[in-house]
Design a binder for this molecule. Sequence first.
Ligand code: GAL
Length: 983
Amino acid sequence: MALSRRNFSALAGSTALGLALGGSGGPGAPSAYAAHGAPTGPAPAPPSADGEPHTIGYDRYSLLVDGERLVVWSGEMHPFRLPSPSLWRDVLQKMRAHGYNAVSIYAAWNYHSPAPGTYDFTGVRDLDLFLRTAAETGLYVILRPGPYINAEVDGGGFPGWLAATEGRARTDDPTYLGHVDEWLTQVNRIARRHLYTRGTGTILLYQIENEYDAHLDESGRAYMSHLYKKVRADGIDVPLFHNDKGRNGYWVPGSFDTGGEKDGWLYGFDGYPSPTQTPPDWGTFGPGGAKGGASASPSTPGFVPEFGGGWFDPWGGAMFDGKGYAESRRTRDAAYERRFYLTNLANGLTLHNVYMTFGGTSWGWLPAPVVYTSYDYGAAIDEGRGVTEKIAPMHQLGHLLQRVPDFAKLDRAAEVKADGLKVYHLANPDTGAHVYVARNDAADPVTTDLPTDAGRVRVTVPGKDARLLTTGLKLGGRILKYATAEPVLCVTAGRQDIALFSGRRAEMAELVLKCRTEPSVMRLDPEAAWAFADDELHVNVPLGQGGLTRVLVQKGESETPLLLLFADDATVVRLFPYDTPSGTLLVYGPALLRHVELRGSEVHLTGDVTETTSVEVWGPRGIDSLVWNGRRLPTRVTLSGSLMTTGLLPAAPEVKLPELGGWRMRRENPEAGPGFDDSGWKTADKRTSFSTTPVPDGRPVLFADDYGFHYGDVWYRGTFTDSTGLDEVALAYSTGTQGLLMAWLDGEPLGTHRMPVPDKDTTTRQGSWAATAAFPVRQALRSPGRHVLSVLVRRMQRDQDGKGLDTHKTARGLVAATFHGASPKVTWRIQGAAAPDPVRGPMNNGGLYGERKGWHLPAFRDHDWEPTAFPRAARYQGVTWYRTGFRLSVPADVDASIGLTFEDDPYRAYRAQIFLNGWNMGQYINNVGPQHTFVLPNGILRTRGTNTLALAVLSEFTTLSGPGKVSLTLLGRASGGLPVAPV
Ligand code: GAL
């Protein structure tokens, strides 16, 4: 079959048909894979900044990197949701070890830009460091800098200051484009240094815009064209793409002007099917056209830049019945991943990114109003960096796709029917391997005969699960007839081939090898059974009985021995292949393998241990000793050819956390008092605004963004004299869900008004959340003379702008104040955050008095504050701060993940902003939830040293106010970890 191949290379600078394909290029040529010869040969070296130029091409099956097929098995994480750069490496190493070969990241414009023309890429914002770390870890990077990203962040990633600028965002409006170009210039200046095409980094692909379906007209096309050309002009020479929302077939190649470049553009789309849905066929094999997914672009490989790996939860927890992200993880579990992702592979999708793989924390004022602080997402790696059971299918499929190249080029093959199952049948035209995905969409298990090209195979597929079967796969020098267990990898380690298969616990795995001559078979673990008959070797293994099951096949078909390994899900995730310049290793035992180095005959391994374990290593010839995290371990050589520790590594030690006590407290909000000096505040006297919220007729603009206050709480003081007859103050305000307003007249509380809790209906989770709070005014406050109306507005950030309607420009803060019974002339002053924190950034703080005075900072001296203890129960309206310190002494070689947990009567109406060592780790709303535990990332948290905790508590008058119980919680622990630099 004549294939069209496209290459995008730094060298050629544009399309280069068939270039650099190692002699196998050009239409009609055999695939790179076939030219390669041995399907189980060494996996391509993991990508790195190797100083060599590389080509990134593609055909309709897959990417072709330096002419070799590459299936992209990527996971999404957001550096801005993990404010501790040392931990980036931890998450990336976990991804790499568990089978991912790429990481996809958004870069959030708002995170880097506190003001027009001001950009910060240092500290927790060090994009350069992230990209370097990814390259050092051996992961490709898919970079997605927007400018619009959505992502449940404030304004969908648009900086706060953009809300106060002219020009419709997400169009070709010249003012907007001017701002966009500034951002792209900044981000591309860094990205350009890390392009895989140049060998200076591992950026493989680059996305412009996100889910852009707002303006499909001339203006929208001009906008996309502008972005494309700008990115190219900035020197980004890897393939570009877009993430098409809802598979509309928008933004396929040729749909907008790319300045004459033909092959630099891939089509990608996203999907977040619910677990109750039948997994959809969004692949390359469909009839084409809209809604089919990849079939909208037949000449480019099937690419899903975002496929759901969990889902987010709104304030109140309506999405998961108040159970939070544990429920997201339960409903989109490992079986969900197998059912949906195997369906994707069966549909020819060979670029696959799971959103999220590590969700992290929307710390500070980063979250869009739709979400609370935790962005755990129910992902495979949880917010506390713990690897969950969801990693198993990712591990199995990821290693398989990287190490068994048959999967990179699959055509649909003859239709197969099996009772009770949906079956996809595919075949690799070059190797003859057949792939079957058997999916069970019903709740009960199905056992049936699957008619395969290797005969009828009896399979069981559990309810709401799927199974991958292969036939005709080359396993080193031998051929697999079929296996009911899923292939994970086949590597050559030292003098033998090793093939690993896995399945669910307690299943009986059946594997049949074709053998024209009888081999010599050794069962190395007692639970395995084998038999040879009719030129076939049958092996049966009940999975998960004794951990790993080993069967050694020698002689017969091949001189090279083949070690067959069988593992259940819990076991397979403790088996790590690792490539070194002297050969491939397979390591079994630890919870995580971070790194391997061969030094002469010594194997130096680093990684994590959680439970008691031995360590077993198959590797190149000549290795004779193991060094684990710097400690040499006594070993023996096993019958399976491995080096194995004679003793056991101990489980991770207990980690004791101190009780929190020694609290001190201080009330604030002097702004409420009539005598407060607000002369340094800005006068709110503007008459026009670029907000989408209309300015009330004849009144001043009160929107906080118009006065440069973009994040967190904002105070207003309205001063007036003529109040005779005043009987009500009505305050219109706009905050996003969960916002609130507190008002005082001459220091006397008028009351608190709060936006309602959103429910499951998505329409009520979006929107501007504007309301009017009306407060009756008591007689005593109507005396003649000067009066001050003080108002504190808790904003919950800007809306996202998914529809391209400038919804991020909806007003935040007060909208209008109306007086009933009198019409005083009011002078308004406004105060938000002081200058942005130079290290923690603009989203760390709002305008509370304590924040303006640095009460959240570790160096602040609180010795004259009043000592207090929790639980507390007091009734008042306003802001109170609580501070304490605590010391941790976690051993240096233990990675402890620690959280802060709040417990109280859920009826009590109060909320707390949590500052750890000055960093705003999020917002706890006691009477809304569902989040009670807040992750404290190491680096910000000093695990060996002292820490300062400050809580800024906003209490409503309606109920007693806590905090109740506040404690440290251990979220996970492992021996190993990485050195963590203080942030
Ligand atoms: C996608 C969007 C992402 C994120 C996700 C939901 O549609 O591209 O940015 O918002 O939905 O978590």
